[in-house]
Design a protein around this ligand. Structure first.
Ligand code: SF4
Ligand code: SF4
Length: 374
């Protein structure tokens, strides 16, 4: 007996789809579904997280509304995915952050910015945020590097731990042995599939977001967002190496690697979230899970604010506003880190885990083994 209404609906749809199989060439979900005759809640969580929400199966389906079968896989899987985020949240006490996520993330972000602004005022002096340009002033004269590294290291470690515990619970629930996460071929295939967003292409024609005309826009904006985030993360890693290995302190000149990586990533994180927001706005309401809107908006807004404040800091770091811009940027990034395990960011982690499992299943089916032998 499925645990929720959304799971019961997903089970009903997968039973219909498994008889029909018209959509088997569209994405990974339908081949994975065909490997099963019955669907546990864990299977449905797995299939829902494997779905990239391209919308193709809604427009291709002869049983979608107004047909009485009322088959709407993208919307139902969006509801199941949202439930799975709550179900696997760690610690459990914070699962409630997924409900009214926009408000929760907004409060955490505002508090983080306030704490950093007030912290810099308290530990320096009130003029630190607006003092006239001073070439001898570095970021670390406003906040010591050790304090910055300790705070952000702790926030990042916490986010990693919470995400890892969530994946652990997901992995157990879908009944996959832990060894699969160490299989190089499955990991490599999943990395390729995730890196290309292979299953957001509606089987090759493109994503069907707002109508039945396929387009690549959503995939391009998602790429800009993902690779923008990856480049910003790379910039932070290089800057950390500069500091600890080469003994070079930020801020770095504009032609230096951390700045080039951060600026390229920042541009991606400015354009990508805006494009995704526009795509969300235009999305066919029939495929939307309205309850997830706040969570999507909050995450896109946090990414955009991170990039905008980082770029402003880059351009105005020699001016009087440097102190305030640094405090604001640090506050936003800290808020992003601590809310990562309780917002839309988790979709990337669970989707990657689902792709690893699918890569393994596909390889074992190609090798002529059943799922039980894999
Ligand atoms: S979504 Fe519709 S057309 Fe596609 S497999 Fe399911 S029932 Fe068949
Ligand atoms: S990825 Fe696209 S085609 Fe596949 S189940 Fe999701 S919405 Fe349907």
């Amino acid at each position: 007996m499925p645990a929720t209404k959304a799971l019961a609906e997903a089970e009903r749809l997968m039973t219909i789809c498994n008889s029909c199989r018209y959509c088997e060439g569209l994405c990974a979900v339908f081949p994975a579904m065909e490997m099963r005759r019955a669907f546990s809640d864990g299977d449905l969580h797995y299939l829902a997280n494997l779905c990239h929400d391209c919308g193709a199966c809604y427009y291709d389906c002869q049983f979608s509304p107004p047909h009485e079968f009322d088959v709407n896989v993208p919307k139902t899987f969006a509801q199941v995915r949202a439930e799975s985020y709550r179900a696997y949240a760690w610690p459990r006490a914070f699962a409630g952050m997924f409900a009214r996520n926009g408000l929760a993330v907004g409060i955490v972000a505002a508090l983080s910015v306030a704490v950093f602004v007030l912290g810099i005022l308290t530990f320096n002096d009130p003029s630190a945020l607006t003092r006239a340009a001073d070439v001898s002033r570095t970021f670390y004269s406003l906040m010591p590097h050790a304090a910055m590294a300790t705070l952000f290291g702790a926030a990042f470690l916490y986010a990693l731990t919470a995400l890892a515990m969530g994946v652990r619970a997901f992995w157990r629930d879908i009944g996959e042995p832990v060894e699969t996460l160490g299989e190089p071929r499955a990991l490599w295939q999943a990395a390729l599939d995730a890196g290309q967003l292979r299953y957001l292409d509606g089987g090759g024609a493109g994503c069907m977001n707002s109508d039945e005309r396929p387009a690549e826009r959503r995939r391009i904006f998602h790429h800009l967002t993902f690779y923008g985030f990856a480049l910003c993360f790379a910039a932070t890693c290089v800057a950390t190496l500069y500091h600890f290995v080469l003994g070079r302190e930020a801020p770095y000149p504009w032609y230096d690697l951390p700045v080039l990586l951060g600026a390229a990533g920042g541009v991606g994180l400015l354009i990508g979230p805006v494009g995704l927001l526009a795509a969300k706005w235009q999305r066919d309401a029939a495929m939307r899970d309205r309850r997830g809107t706040g969570m999507d908006l909050a995450f896109l807004a946090m990414l955009f604010a991170t990039s905008l404040s980082g770029m402003a800091l880059l351009f105005f770091r020699g001016g009087a506003a440097m102190g305030f811009l640094l405090a604001f940027h640090l506050g936003v990034v800290f808020g992003l880190f601590v809310t990562m395990p309780y917002g839309k960011f988790v979709h990337g982690v669970f989707r990657f885990a689902a792709l690893v499992r699918y890569a393994k299943e596909r390889a074992s089916i190609s090798a002529g083994q059943g799922l039980d032998d894999a």
